[in-house]
Structures are given as C-alpha cells and as structure tokens.
Design a protein around this ligand. Structure first.
Ligand SMILES: NC(=O)C1=CN([C@@H]2O[C@H](COP(=O)(O)OP(=O)(O)OC[C@H]3O[C@@H](n4cnc5c(N)ncnc54)[C@H](O)[C@@H]3O)[C@@H](O)[C@H]2O)C=CC1
Ligand SMILES: N[C@@H](CC=O)C(=O)O
Ligand code: NA
Length: 442
C-alpha cells in the first residue's frame, strides 16, 4: 500500500503532453499551457503536464526550460508517460510517421497541419478510429475560428449544400493591403511572414495550396466524402495586379481568394462535389468583401439551418494556439472521462465535378483595337461559345481601347475557349486579366 493511500490523500491525476514543433504556433501553445495550467486542470479533471517539446535545434534560446527540449521527436512520441501528442511542425514527413506511431501506441493526436490532413486524413483517421483515439484538427482550417467542429458536430443533423470562405490569412492580408494603400506585393508578403501568418514556404499561401488543402478538409466533412488536395481546382493570387483591384473597385467589387465547396445536383438528381480555390471579384455588399487583413470568414449554407457565418482570426501563433488548445482539452477530457470525437464520415462518396463543367461568372479586361465593329466582333466570340455577356465597359486609350466584360454564368470550359478565340483575333491586342466573379445572385 502506498504512503498516499495510507495517508488518505488522493493522488493528483496527470496526463502527459508532447508538443512537436516550437515555432509560431508551438511556442504559443506551450506558453498558454503553462500560463493557464490550473484552469486546464479544472476543465479536464487532470493536470496537463508537458513531458517534452521536440525541436530541430535544442541549443537555440527558446525561453522554455531546456530540460523539456529534445531533437528526438520519435523518442518523445514513444514515451510511456505521454498520453496526447500535439503536432505543430507542419509538412508531411516526418510528422505523418510520428502521428501514426503516436496513434499506434495509444496516444491521441491534435494537429494544425492542413497540408498533411488534405492528403492523409483517411490513413490517419483509420488508425485513430480503430484504436478509439482522437485525431483533432480544428486549427487546420481558419485558425482560431471554430469551423471544423461546427461542421462535424453541430451541423451533423443537417444537410450542408455550400461552404464558401476566405481561409488563408496571408493572401487576404496581401490583397487587403494592395487594395487599400496600393502596398507592394513582396513587402506585404514579407510582413505576413514576420507576423507569423505565412507558411514556412509562403508559396503554399500565394499559389493557393494552403487554401486548397483547407477546401479539401472542409468539403470532406461537409459532404461526407473523401476530398483530397488534388480534387480541388486551385489558382493563387500571384497574377492579381493593382490594376485588377482598381478595376474591381470601379465595378463596386473587391478581390478575395475564395475557397468554394459545393454540392451540385444535376437535372437527374445526381450529386457531385465541386471544390475550388481562386481569386474572385466579390461585390462590396457581400459579407466576405468586408473581411480584411489576416481575418478569415467561412459561410456555410445548410438545408435546415440556412446561412451561417463564422468570422475571426485565421492565422497567427496565438489565435491558432487557441484552436489547438481547445482540441487538447477535448482529447484530454476523453482520456479522463472516456469517449471519443466523431469518426471520419465519408459514407456519401460523391464524385468530384471537374472545373471545366463548373459554371461561374467572369470578369475579363482586354485591350482591343479602337475601330468600328470591334465591340460587335468581341461580343460574337462570346456568343460563339455560348457565353452570355452581362455588362461591357469601354475606355478609350490613345490608339486602342480597354474593354471590361462581365459575363453571366457559363461553364469554365466555355469561357476558356472564348478567351483562346479572343487571343487569336488581330483586333484583340491582349487579354490582360481573366478573373471569376462570385457572390452575385445571377
Ligand atoms: N502560423 C499560422 O498562422 C498557422 C499555422 N498552422 C499550421 O501549424 C503548423 C505550424 O505552423 P507554424 O508554427 O507557423 O510554423 P513554424 O515554421 O513557425 O514552426 C514549425 C517549427 O517546427 C520545427 N521543426 C521542423 N522540423 C522539425 C522536426 N522534425 N522536429 C521538431 N521540430 C521541427 C521548425 O524548426 C519550426 O520551429 C503548420 O502545420 C502550419 O501549417 C495552422 C494554422 C495557422
Ligand atoms: N499560412 C496560413 C496560416 C493559417 O492557416 C494562412 O495564412 O492562413
Ligand atoms: Na479553426
């Protein structure tokens, strides 16, 4: 009999936590875990004890007790006194293997890693679900904003038709600054990295890979269908110019990088999933137009709930740590009281719709010869491909004219063919911009 039992003192229950990665997010997770240790204990019913932090270089000064640091993440994950692993390193390997090892040895996992989840949720969730362990990832989509849990749990009794959002803080920060002050693209991107918004390789942000990974995660949950990154059509913001933003403003629009996940039902009632990420003109009166800086917002449309909007900080160490810690508390509660978060739900298995078939509206800006009959010839090219024009604006240049054409909804393939045909005509000097238009009722 132990001395605690003989003295009648109930030993304090503790759960061991391993944190992998001590960058923007990891350092905030560790700071908040320590700052609010008593609150966490009260909420969970057990003390959350940090057993170790895996880093790349244990000699760098990090402001945490050095004895917690290790460069051997595999050994930390394997420790018997670790119950929950928090992965905030990023990338695919070695973290995919580390997470699989954690789950295989009875540890629940919390991760913020959308790049990994977009392609490997199936593999990771299979191991977690079989072992009755949690795999939580609220931080992976839209940072602090609760959106994964609402879709997975609060809306589990509804039928979601559409999820549209601004889910990348870095690109929203850049587009907002370019639109507001004409700020330089490169300098604003460097500022986004300095503020901890951008990915380690910011190509993931500006080329839309990060938003596409998030779209894959959202679409998978919303439509109970496995959607991976390669199922998501993707275009980034690197071709958007200050002229495009000014031209959008002339049309009472702004430009946002949107992630759009839709359930599309054809005339026969067959359903497919469309998942796409691209910069789009958004009318100023649309709620997403007012989302600026590193803020994110996600609009969900569901059959019974109608339209819901989630808004908040989508990037940055502290906001992201909030979501990570929320998941950590849930995983810890399940360890203490029993229970498990929902299994992966992919029973619907809907096919994916190609971008070519997806109907959207377009904005085109082109420079054309300023002579009689050109406007009619341009309009004819649209008609030849079944693309109906909504508005045309012409501005005279010295020896040419700028035409801004906004179309009605047409399949993406038809628009691509129209653009190719226009480019082959001698009266079209250049097609300067082709950007989709979203958020209108037409
Ligand atoms: N920063 C943000 O706003 C958000 C980030 N995320 C995700 O959270 C994760 C972490 O992001 P950040 O903290 O911003 O990245 P970061 O680059 O600031 O931190 C990652 C840290 O992991 C370390 N690391 C790399 N390989 C390692 C290894 N094998 N073992 C141990 N440590 C290793 C790096 O040295 C770095 O300090 C990523 O998956 C990211 O996509 C998710 C939402 C928002
Ligand atoms: N780099 C990402 C970070 C959060 O997911 C972003 O800018 O949104
Ligand atoms: Na979130």
């Amino acid at each position: 009999m132990s001395s605690e039992q003989t003295s009648g003192v109930v030993p304090e229950r503790a759960l061991g936590i391993a944190v992998l990665g001590l960058g923007n997010v990891g350092s905030e997770v560790v700071r908040l875990l320590s700052a609010h240790a008593d609150d966490f204990q009260a909420r969970v019913g057990a003390r959350l004890e940090l057993r170790g932090i895996a880093v790349r270089n244990v000699n760098a000064n990090r402001g945490v007790p050095v004895e917690l640091l290790t460069d051997d993440a595999a050994a930390l994950v394997a420790r018997d006194d670790v119950d929950i692993v928090v992965e905030v390193v990023g990338g695919i390997e070695p973290v995919r293997t580390l997470i699989l090892n954690a789950l295989s040895s009875g540890k629940s996992v919390v991760t913020a890693n959308k790049a990994l989840l977009a392609d490997y949720t199936g593999e990771l969730a299979a191991v977690a679900d079989a072992a009755d362990l949690d795999l939580y990832f609220e931080a992976a989509v839209a940072g602090a904003i609760p959106v994964v849990r609402p879709l997975m749990q609060s809306l589990a009794g509804d039928r979601v038709d559409r999820v549209v959002g601004i889910v990348n803080g870095t690109t929203n920060f850049i587009l907002s600054a370019m639109g507001d002050t004409g700020a330089d693209y490169g300098e604003t991107l460097a500022e986004a990295s300095r503020l901890g918004y951008a990915e380690a390789d910011p190509t993931a942000d500006v080329e839309g890979y990060d938003a596409a990974a998030k779209a894959a995660i959202l679409a998978s949950i919303a439509f109970h269908t496995r959607v991976t990154a390669s199922d998501v059509f993707r275009e980034g913001i690197t071709k958007i110019t200050a002229e495009d933003l000014a031209s959008a403003a002339d049309l009472d629009c702004t430009i946002k990088l949107l992630a759009i996940c839709e359930r599309v039902t054809d005339d026969s009632g067959a359903e497919r999933v469309s998942a796409r990420v691209y910069p789009a003109l958004v009318p100023l009166e649309h709620p997403l137009a007012a989302v600026n800086g590193a803020f994110n917002a996600v609009v969900v449309e569901a059959e019974a709930a109608g339209r819901l909007m989630f808004y908040g900080q989508g990037a940055g160490g502290s906001p992201t740590a909030s979501a990570v810690l929320g998941d950590l508390v849930s995983a810890a509660r399940n360890k203490v009281h029993g229970g498990k978060g929902p299994d992966e739900s992919i029973y619907a298995k809907l096919p994916i719709m190609s971008i070519g078939e997806t109907p959207t509206r377009y904005y085109l800006r082109m420079e054309v010869a300023d002579r009689t009959g050109v406007l009619a010839a341009v309009a004819q090219e649209f008609a030849n491909h079944g693309v109906s024009i909504s508005t045309v604006r012409q501005t005279g240049l010295e020896n040419a004219a700028t035409l801004v054409v906004v179309t009605h909804r047409a399949p993406d393939d038809a628009l691509s063919k129209t653009v190719a045909a226009l480019q082959s005509r001698d009266f079209v000097h250049a097609v300067l911009s082709v950007i989709r238009l979203e958020g209108t009722s037409e």
